[in-house]
Design a protein around this ligand. Structure first.
Ligand SMILES: Cc1cc2nc3c(=O)[nH]c(=O)nc-3n(C[C@H](O)[C@H](O)[C@H](O)COP(=O)(O)O)c2cc1C
Length: 172
């Protein structure tokens, strides 16, 4: 329990990496953690595109603002949602489901002492189009984010985000 909470505390966005690669076992561990996430009606609308050395990596880093680190990261995981899975009023549920998966992946990266950062794609139309083109995504598959992953160039500084004034007891 203590170890798990310390992983949560230790997780921070890491944007600079050493050239050391990520092993296939580490990739599977990260993706297993992502797929262990909760999802509405347990529909699991997620897909993951693993990018490590293709031209796609360069396209993503050039076309996404605030995502230059993708070109240095030995691994990127593009978290995508299948918009056909939830329908009607619940159609947007893929965003919550895939966000839970993305956070699980970030925590697993911290547990493996890797560094990672969520770079935003959804809901920006231009970014979604750029990722769709670079990865040849089908129409019903929407990219939520691109997570850059690598060995941290230096350990992330610890932060304390605790804000007791944001907690409301019994009512607002
Ligand atoms: C929806 C979302 C979009 C984000 N987009 C970017 C991004 O495009 N580029 C980036 O460097 N960081 C991005 N981040 C990371 C945030 O900047 C980071 O989580 C925030 O500054 C808090 O820092 P921490 O993760 O170290 O706690 C994003 C995070 C979220 C949740």
């Amino acid at each position: 329990m203590k170890d798990f909470l310390s992983v949560i505390d230790r997780r921070a966005s890491v944007r600079a990496y050493t050239p050391e690669t990520i092993t296939p076992e580490q990739v599977e561990c990260l993706l297993r953690a992502a797929m262990a996430a909760p999802s509405s009606k347990n529909r699991q609308p997620w897909h993951f595109v693993v990018v490590s050395h293709s031209a796609a990596r360069q396209a993503l880093s050039e076309q996404l603002p605030y995502a230059r680190m993708l070109n240095e990261a030995p691994l990127s995981v593009v978290v995508c949602g299948d918009t056909d899975v939830h329908t009607g009023e619940a159609a947007i549920s893929w965003v919550m489901d895939c966000s839970a998966a993305a956070e699980n992946l970030l925590l697993a990266a911290a547990a493996l002492e890797l560094g990672a950062v969520w770079t935003g794609v959804y809901p920006y139309r231009e970014r979604m189009d750029a990722v769709r083109k670079a990865l040849a995504l089908p129409e019903n598959i929407v990219p939520l984010n691109v997570i850059a992953i690598g060995h941290p160039a230096k350990p992330p500084a610890p932060k304390d985000k605790w804000q007791p004034e944001r907690v409301h007891y019994e009512r607002w």
